[in-house]
Design a protein around this ligand. Structure first.
Ligand code: CA
Length: 227
């Protein structure tokens, strides 16, 4: 049984989460504040943690930092819509993903399953070599992209960006991470580089580059590959 720890101070939301998770055969523990959450994380060894960022006794980002000192358990953050800076801080502190309140239960469950699956993957197993979508396929070892039977020519920078995104399917990759990985710096003033290169990638890969299906922008935060 997959064990979920819910750290959330809104009792109605906790009740809804517990009912929905138990109905899908998850084992659930709930903590109404950060201190209880940290204690239960150690005592109950959950497989995944759902963590509200606005806790009564501590900042959720500090709770993530505390957890990450000793645990690699996947952490899915529950965050209010207006707080994009807070979400980035949570991801940089070691959260794996986030859902924005109010969220649909189906979206939450999909993200939860994805986080658990990623954590369960044996890191010694090779990553998939080929990523197939309806529009294009990417062979990671051959560094080859084929779209509708034709090779797509990518610059080394475009390739590097694409490789990072498709290696994290469904997962938000922050602008800071992409800038550091691809250009070796993280000045937020350089996010225009990212916009330019992402626009080029979309022109080469997306059927409708202005309404991307695969290379999704998360405004103010980063990008996500939806396979
Ligand atoms: Ca709260």
């Amino acid at each position: 049984m997959t064990r979920v720890l819910v750290v959330e101070d809104d009792p109605q939301l906790v009740r809804a989460l517990v009912i929905n998770l138990q109905a899908r055969h998850y084992g659930v523990d709930a903590a109404p504040d950060g201190a209880t959450g940290l204690r239960l994380a150690a005592a109950r060894a959950p497989d995944v943690i759902l963590l509200d960022l606005g806790l009564p006794d501590m900042d959720g980002v500090d709770a993530i930092r505390s957890l990450r000192r000793w645990s690699t358990v996947p952490i899915l953050v529950l965050s209010a819509r207006q707080a994009s800076g807070e979400k980035v801080a949570a991801l940089e502190a070691g959260a794996d993903d986030y859902v924005t309140k109010p969220f649909s239960m189906n979206e939450l469950l999909a993200r939860l399953r994805a986080a658990v699956r990623r954590a369960a993957n044996d890191p010694s197993l090779p990553e998939p070599e080929v990523i197939e979508t309806d529009e294009f396929s990417i062979n990671l070892s051959a560094k080859r992209v084929v779209r509708q039977g034709q090779d797509v020519r990518l610059t080394p920078t475009e390739w590097h960006l694409l490789e990072i995104l498709v290696s994290n399917p469904g997962r938000l990759v922050t602008r800071k991470h992409l800038l550091e990985e691809v250009w070796g710096f993280s000045q937020t003033g350089k996010t225009n580089y990212l916009r330019v290169y992402m626009a080029q990638l979309r022109r080469k890969l997306e059927a409708d580059p202005s309404h991307p299906r695969y290379l999704i922008t998360e405004p103010g935060m980063g990008y996500r590959f939806e396979g």
